[in-house]
Design a protein around this ligand. Structure first.
Ligand code: FES
Length: 176
């Protein structure tokens, strides 16, 4: 390259790369479309995923009955719980057999038979035991399995506050 040519190149004005009208329209339309689709889809994704991120109602206590009504003789009390399982929300009614032990401590047993899940009843045969009508399983007042059922009745967590009995999550029987 001669000196003259080099001189000309150095003084040529810098060429800007201009955006064509077509490119400008594609970018604008693409951006607007992405914004609108995002605005419509994100709430749906949030709606779909949200229940899975919510904490389950574990550890919640349900008010059941005044403590003064609890006797040594087991009585059945019904209560409702509020449960959220993914998208499914329900308020099933549950039951507990609640009584006092020899030390005056209140405890609550699940009414679900540990054989095949029928509902047990207290003293239905006059023997001061829990009996299951399905296949004759029997349990003591503490829920100890005496016949047919392989395990003791489950127990509810119990607390007494301001003269009221609350039941909490179900747990394995801790009394037998
Ligand atoms: S379900 Fe209770 S004895 Fe079978």
């Amino acid at each position: 390259m001669s000196n003259h040519e080099h001189h000309e190149t150095a003084h040529r004005p810098v060429q800007r790369k201009e955006m064509s009208r077509r490119q400008f329209l594609s970018y604008t339309l693409g951006g607007t479309t992405a914004f609108m689709v995002g605005g419509a889809v994100l709430p749906m994704v949030r709606f779909a995923v949200d229940p899975l991120l919510e904490k389950k109602g574990e550890g919640t206590w349900v008010k059941v009955v005044e403590a003064s009504k609890i006797t040594n003789e087991p009585q059945e009390f019904k209560f409702q719980i509020h449960q959220v399982d993914g998208w499914y929300v329900s308020d099933p009614e549950l039951a507990a057999w609640i009584s006092k032990d020899a030390n005056g401590e209140i405890f609550a047993l699940s009414p679900v038979c540990k054989h095949l899940g029928c509902t047990i009843g207290w003293n239905t045969k006059g023997k001061n035991e829990y009996d299951c009508p399905c296949h004759d399983a029997r349990y003591t007042k503490d829920g100890k399995n005496l016949a047919v059922a392989p395990n003791p009745l489950d127990e509810y967590e119990v607390k007494v506050e301001d003269g009221t009995v609350y039941v909490g999550p179900i747990k394995a029987n801790s009394r037998v």
